[in-house]
Write a protein that binds this ligand. Structure first.
Ligand code: NAP
Length: 363
């Protein structure tokens, strides 16, 4: 795994940033994305940050988005925001294919970045971005909010306490229903597809619980949109017979149900990724120890991550979950799973009976 650069390890706060007089972090948002409106801004406000500016490819769209969402300034052109002296940190919620370019530009301009997940749509782009983060020492986070949630912390404690014995299998879903055919997730050119969009969550969860090293990957998918995977399932094998079984897609009702299977019980989680207060996880061991716990999610999903970034930039917490520490294993696993989606030859029924080596390619 890529080492954390010494400048980041030793850094207290963010020396190049001129924070607002109030000490609040001033954020710039690159693009007028839905996720910025629906998740980032509520999280930012709850965490006490300032929505200082939004940039769009289109000046009128930036102005409208700023006015609709209470953002102080609108800016035409992403470049003008990246170099704007009035922002301390940048949030990049662009289509996946643009993450690398704009994250690199922001890092080179010395702006700490929260880039949307997946950090990039390809492994080489991820490696390039992490290289620049390492070289510049500029702080970079990938916007997986759930590792910062209390819920995951509590579930990890249950696992460490041996509540379900040894964790052997994670079965994890992330499905939702996409109706707009023009959505960026259905575009091959913009690096859409279910695996990158939502399959990345189970992969990242497995990394949190099993660690970064897996032995093998396998995946399959139904294709849709303009040639992206829209319904995708797969397996990551981990040492000792442990495994992630993931199911992700863009064509079913919302489902994030996840089960952690141990040698002596299960933890069933209604939503490990973006829990609401009504979500819960259930410890099932077949005895009086069985219990249901509420998620404890009483604030927007992004709040804890943004609060942490504020604390790092203010010098009161060392950085956690930096992209240089966490993003490469996720990107590798996604690339290995995606490699299976490009294979032309699925094994057909009967291929194992020894009488033929039939594959789809044999017709
Ligand atoms: N962490 C999470 O919970 C979460 C949830 C949802 C999405 N996401 C991630 O956030 C990112 C954005 O998702 P979204 O659904 O919010 O996207 P979206 O609403 O389609 O917004 C993407 C923005 O990118 C800009 N853009 C630049 N080039 C574009 C192009 N060629 N086509 C379309 N838009 C372009 C547009 O802003 P301008 O035109 O104004 O420049 C657009 O508003 C994705 O990486 C996604 O995976 C994360």
């Amino acid at each position: 795994m890529m080492a954390v650069p010494s400048r980041i390890r030793t850094q207290k706060g963010w020396p190049d940033a001129t924070m607002s007089a109030s000490g609040q972090v001033r954020w710039g948002i690159v693009g007028t994305a839905n996720i910025a409106r629906a998740q980032f801004l509520p999280g930012l406000r709850q965490a006490g940050g300032i929505a200082a500016a939004v940039a769009s490819r289109d000046a009128a769209r930036a102005a409208q988005f700023a006015s609709d969402n209470g953002i102080e300034r609108s800016i035409a052109g992403y470049e003008n925001l990246v170099t704007d002296p009035g922002v301390d940190a940048l949030y990049i919620p662009l289509p996946n294919s643009l993450h690398a370019e704009w994250t690199i530009r922001a890092l080179e301009a010395g702006r700490p970045v929260l880039c949307e997940k997946p950090l990039c749509g390809t492994l080489p782009d991820t490696e390039r971005v992490l290289e620049v983060a390492g070289q510049t020492g500029t702080l970079l986070w990938e916007a997986f909010a759930f590792p910062f949630h209390l819920q995951l912390h509590e579930i990890k404690k249950l696992l460490q306490d041996g509540a379900i014995g040894d964790l052997m299998e994670i079965k994890s879903n992330f499905h939702f229903s996409l109706r707009n055919p023009a959505n960026i997730r259905l575009s091959r050119q913009l690096q859409g597809g279910a695996l990158l969009d939502v399959g990345c969550y189970p992969v990242r969860l497995a990394q949190e619980l099993f660690g970064p090293s897996y032995d093998a990957a396998w995946a399959s998918a139904v294709t849709g949109g303009d040639g992206v995977d829209v319904d995708t399932w797969g397996v990551l094998n981990y040492p000792g017979g442990r495994r992630l079984m993931l199911s992700s897609g863009l064509g079913r009702s919302y489902d994030t149900f996840t089960t952690l299977e141990g040698t002596s019980g299960q933890i069933r989680i209604t939503n490990p990724f973006h829990p609401r207060a009504s979500d819960s996880y259930q410890l099932v061991v077949g005895s009086s120890e069985d219990r249901t716990f509420m998620s404890g999610a009483h604030e927007p999903s992004f709040t804890a991550a943004i609060r942490h970034i504020h604390a790092v930039l203010g010098g009161s917490e060392p950085p956690r979950q930096l992209a240089v520490e966490t993003s490469l294993p996720t990107a590798r696993a996604l690339a290995d799973l995606a490699a299976w989606l490009r294979r032309p030859e699925p094994v057909l029924p009967g291929a194992a009976d020894g009488s033929s080596s039939a594959t789809a390619a044999d017709g």
